[in-house]
Design a protein. Structure first.
Lengths: 415, 289
């Protein structure tokens, strides 16, 4: 919520700046200005890999960080509309980028060619394209459906890593009886949605997930499978502690690290905090995909977008930036620093942690890759989805039938 | 036009122009946008009342609107009652009146954001009041409204009343001090008990103060945004959401400019519907008097 206030201020502030005739466009022609929100430890280290490689090639780099993803995106859009477009800016793949492309505000990625079609996972290539051309240069792939667990707590309880949601509920019951919080959940809508989508995937499988979020099939939304997903989701409510609402994801990860809680359903960025605490992901804090009948990887992708270059030097700098970023060594280095996996499927997994190795195998099979709802759905629909899930989760008076109905109405209202 | 009339007119022109452009023109623009399919960027593809249909189909919008009614009723009556009582108590001549006045006015010097964060700490079941009382030995004590979907809006009202009743107290105190001392003398001679003087004589006399305070508080209710953002973040779920937050979120974070604009227009309509008749009645009465 503080972020939100900040983002309002930042957006307003930048809107003002961009109206000034010479606001911020004092960059030397040789310097490439890069707008992004990669400011936390691991994030900034990962962009540092790109920056060093770029500077080694003799390019000038001007860093323009804006803390907070939504603030940074709003700032970039404001600058574009204000007539002072940043030549390179970080964005997310999805409908926002499509809209910018449709208005002709971003150019096709310079240097993106048939090679990309070959090395990128097909779902990713599809999401990054508009009108047959790449409009986003993907930086990394994060996975959303990870289940992190405190290995020693599970050992104490004599539990194996659950592979189905029924097993998970049994394990959670046992842990709760031992006085351990079974699920460390940050009570923010997007975190609750991560948990919900893990359940949907676990109960319905990959094809069901696609029916819901890609096809938005009204019959699937009203199906018995959806009802079952809501039943399981509701059954998880008692396994979360009272302090959950408003908690940030890294506070929840800290509960896992301290041994207060046993499981956390979170994206692989949590590995950054686990490493920062001096633990090895996959050892003390284990990682497994959330219980599901078949392997699947729900992807979130950060991507750079490019505006029409004002001069030849900028155009060259943009092209160089893309070629550096997609370089195999740079991809490996930056993703090891960030906890994500490379967007190219032709990179050896040496030096990655065990969780990332697992994911790198998974994304080679197009059948396992799924789009996160933030990437696949329009902003309004994705938001309405978060609302519905969060409302259901936080109001124990709501029955699974009511939850299913609310979700269906929320999604269909934006069709 | 006479020269003596022209100068003030010219002086007022810039202010009038700014008001017209920044206020009425932008209201018109917002309304126009609410009729389009605008998402991330404004576009002029008119879709009729589609955004309003979406708005009315949204469970969250109705929750937000319902919350505004609950919050507004509790907040306005709470502030008026508490503020009036405090003003009367101070007016009865307590010792160290200046100290009390300052203490009650202090919360007002804080922004809603700060108030929200303070109360978030106090109401957090793991940190604040609940934990403190349990620490004293009442292990079963529960005060977890902040994290209960069916109670969270009351915590917003609580924090709002805490902050704004000082303002009402100041307004009422000024009103009470303006009461003619002869009225008190007359009442004493007639042997009327004090509470009756307040109930039957003073309160009706303070009607304009009640009017001013209500309008001030009502405007705070409609635009309240920061308090909810800081205190509950609209949650749990969207159980404590308010229309202003709904609008801001859809415009800034969800790239639904059209839908946000439709929400803003409905907010304006609500204000006009509530304040309009009240204002009209008050002004007419004044003219009649």
């Amino acid at each position: 919520m503080k972020d939100m206030v900040k983002s309002c201020c930042a957006a307003a502030g930048l809107a003002v700046v961009s109206w000034l005739p010479f606001g911020g466009n004092a960059a030397k022609a040789t310097e490439l200005e890069v707008m992004h929100w990669l400011t936390s430890g691991g994030e900034s280290a990962s962009l540092g890999v790109v920056r060093r490689a770029y500077q080694d090639q003799g390019g000038g780099w001007r860093d323009a960080p804006v803390p907070g993803g939504s603030a940074a995106r709003a700032a970039a859009v404001n600058r574009i509309l204000g007539g002072n477009p940043p030549p390179v800016f970080l964005f997310s793949l999805g409908t926002q980028l499509t809209e910018l492309s449709a208005h002709g505000l971003v150019t096709p990625v310079p240097g993106a060619g048939p090679e990309w079609d070959r090395v990128l996972p097909p779902l990713l290539a599809r999401s990054a394209k508009y009108d047959g051309q790449y409009r986003g240069a993907p930086l990394n792939i994060h996975g959303e459906n990870w289940m992190f667990y405190n290995a020693s707590l599970l050992q104490q309880a004599g539990l194996a890593v659950p592979r189905t949601w029924a097993e998970f509920l049994d394990a959670a019951t046992r842990l709760k009886a031992m006085g351990i919080i079974p699920i460390a959940l940050g009570g923010q809508p997007w975190q609750e949605r991560l948990l919900f989508n893990a359940v949907v995937l676990g109960v319905g499988g990959r094809d069901f997930y696609r029916q819901i979020y890609e096809e938005r099939d009204p019959a699937a939304l009203a199906s018995a499978t959806m009802l079952e997903a809501f039943r399981v989701f509701a059954a998880l409510r008692p396994f979360v502690d009272e302090g959950s609402p408003g908690r940030r994801w890294n506070q929840a990860t800290a509960m896992l690290i301290r041994g207060d809680a046993a499981f956390q359903f979170m994206g692989d960025w949590a590995k950054g905090d686990i490493k920062a605490a001096g633990l090895e992901p996959g050892v003390e804090i284990g990682c497994a995909l959330a219980p599901a009948p078949e392997p699947a990887y729900i992807m979130v992708v950060d991507a750079f977008a490019f505006t029409q270059p004002l001069d030849e030097a900028t155009a060259q700098a943009q092209a160089r930036f893309v070629s550096v970023m997609m370089d195999k060594d740079v991809q490996a280095g930056l993703n090891q620093a960030k906890g994500s996996i490379p967007v190219r499927t032709d990179i050896p997994d040496d030096g990655f942690d065990t969780c990332a190795k697992q994911a790198m195998v998974l994304i080679r099979d197009p059948a396992t890759t799924l789009a996160s709802t933030g990437m696949g759905l329009p902003g309004g629909m994705a938001g309405a989805l978060d609302d519905a899930i969060s409302h259901f989760w936080n109001d124990p008076r709501m029955t699974p039938e009511q939850g299913r109905d609310l979700l269906r109405r929320s999604i269909l209202a934006f069709r | 036009m006479k020269a003596s009339h022209r100068a003030p007119a010219i002086a007022l022109l810039p202010a009038g122009l700014i008001t017209f452009v920044c206020f009425y023109l932008f209201i018109a623009w917002t309304f126009a946008i609410s009729l389009t399919g605008s998402q991330l960027l404004p576009s002029w593809d008119f879709v009729g009342l589609l955004q309003y249909q979406r708005l009315f189909a949204s469970a969250r919008w109705w929750t937000a609107l319902g919350n505004m009614v609950v919050y507004g009723a509790l907040f306005i009556t709470g502030c008026l009652t508490l503020g009036y009582l405090l003003a009367i108590l101070i007016d009865r001549g307590v010792r160290a009146e200046g100290l009390y006045r300052t203490v009650f006015m202090l919360p007002l010097s804080m922004s809603f954001i700060v108030t929200g964060i303070i109360w978030q700490w106090m109401l957090n079941p793991g940190l604040g009041i609940q934990q403190a009382v349990r620490g004293l030995g009442w292990e079963e004590f529960a005060f977890n409204w902040l994290v209960r979907a069916d109670r969270s809006i009351y915590t917003v009202a609580l924090a709002g009343i805490w902050q704004q009743s000082g303002l009402c107290m100041a307004l009422f105190l000024a009103g009470l001090r303006g009461v003619d001392p002869n009225i008190w003398k007359a009442a004493r001679i007639d042997g009327i008990p004090t509470w009756r003087v307040y109930a039957a004589i003073i309160t009706p006399m303070l009607r304009p103060v009640f009017f001013t305070a209500s309008i001030l508080l009502f405007s705070l209710v409609v635009k309240s945004f920061d308090l909810v953002v800081a205190l509950t973040g609209g949650g749990p779920g969207f159980s404590s959401d308010l229309p202003a937050r709904f609008v801001m979120e859809h415009i800034l974070n969800r790239q639904e400019l059209g839908l946000g604009a439709a929400g803003a227009c409905m907010m304006l309509a609500t204000i006009i519907a509530v304040v309009g008749p009240y204002l009209y009645a008050e002004i007419r009465q004044k003219k009649g008097a």
